[in-house]
Design a protein around this ligand. Structure first.
Ligand code: BDR
Ligand code: CA
Length: 313
């Protein structure tokens, strides 16, 4: 298998950090070209810090990490310290990063990388609000046609929203950016809450992560243990959903998931439902499908993959 070149756009966040670790543990399947950080779970100065902490934990201080957009395309930034803690990476003790941030803006890196690589080879992996990626598409519209695709963690259909009753966090923080990305004509895969809320870090799974017995295994157990205190209380579920790693799981082992082609839009106007994703599964609106939306995950297989791969770091 040739490793698929990806750029990870991210707002770490414990689950983003686990996704970065999983991606870096799969060099046979994924070639991580760089990390582009965006404001989301916490402000940009912390997402850039946290992304570098994850790289160093994986032993990849060589990776280029860029700072991107500090706020959504419109309005003020909404953050989620109530979920992720003040640093965004609360839980384990992890040293401050020593590797530098790259000079230049994340959006420039995305544009230049897509331009300089062979056509239809690079995939964008979006784990946070879509501000950086929408800005890249607005600045250099021609890159849309050069991408292999984009995989986005975000949205929800049947599961309650986690930012508002109807909206998932990444979509709610920057719905206008999400709208631009959905209209860009890039092959788009969406990994919504309907899937990630089946990838729950239950106590036995947390124990299995810790039992890896390495610094990475202990850190991931502490990271997922920290977010455990939020979602289960709220949703009455057996553990914390591991949102962003599902995106990497899909890229590495698509056989663990099921999906449908649907027409996908996002609400950008109504205050009450801002960021709500509308997925037309039955094709009731008669519009052409513009997205592949995941709707099932084989959770045991996904956690087997996660544990087996993290053990390699
Ligand atoms: C998404 O929002 C963030 O809190 C997580 O990192 C994930 O990307 C889940 O709604
Ligand atoms: Ca995220």
């Amino acid at each position: 298998m040739t490793a698929q070149p990806i750029i990870i756009d991210t707002d770490p966040g414990q689950d983003d950090a686990v996704a970065i670790l999983l991606a870096l543990a799969c060099p046979d399947a994924l070639e991580v070209l760089g990390l582009t950080c965006v404001a989301g779970n916490v402000p940009l100065d912390l997402t850039t810090r946290n992304a570098r902490i994850a790289c160093e934990l994986a032993g990849r201080a060589d990776l280029p990490v860029f700072a991107g957009c500090e706020r959504p395309l419109r309005g003020e930034l909404l953050t989620a310290e109530h979920v992720h803690g003040e640093t965004g990476l609360d839980g384990p003790y992890l040293p401050e990063p020593e590797m530098p941030l790259q000079p230049g803006h994340a959006v420039e890196f995305i544009i230049e990388t897509v331009r300089s690589r062979p056509e239809e080879t690079v995939t964008l992996v979006a784990l946070g609000p879509l501000t950086n990626i929408a800005t890249a598409f607005e600045t250099a519209p021609e890159i849309a046609a050069k991408l292999r695709g984009i995989v986005v963690m975000g949205g929800t259909q049947h599961v309650a929203g986690n930012a508002t009753p109807s909206a998932e966090f990444n979509m709610h923080v920057d719905p206008h950016a999400a709208d631009i990305v959905m209209r860009a004509g890039v092959p788009l895969t969406l990994v919504p809450l309907d899937v990630t809320h089946r990838a729950l870090v239950t106590p036995p799974r947390n124990a299995a992560l810790r039992a890896i017995g390495t610094p990475v295994g202990r850190a991931v157990a502490d990271l997922t243990g920290f977010i455990e205190r939020y979602d289960p209380d709220r949703f009455g579920e057996a553990g914390a959903p591991l949102h962003d790693p599902c995106v990497i799981g899909w890229l590495v082992r698509p056989d663990l998931f099921r999906s449908s082609r649907v027409n996908l839009t996002v609400e950008t106007d109504d205050d009450e439902t801002l960021g709500m994703t509308v997925m037309d599964w039955p094709g009731a609106q008669g519009r052409a499908p513009n997205a592949t939306v995941l709707n099932e995950i084989e959770a045991e297989g996904f956690f087997d993959l996660l544990i087996e791969r993290l053990a390699r770091l």
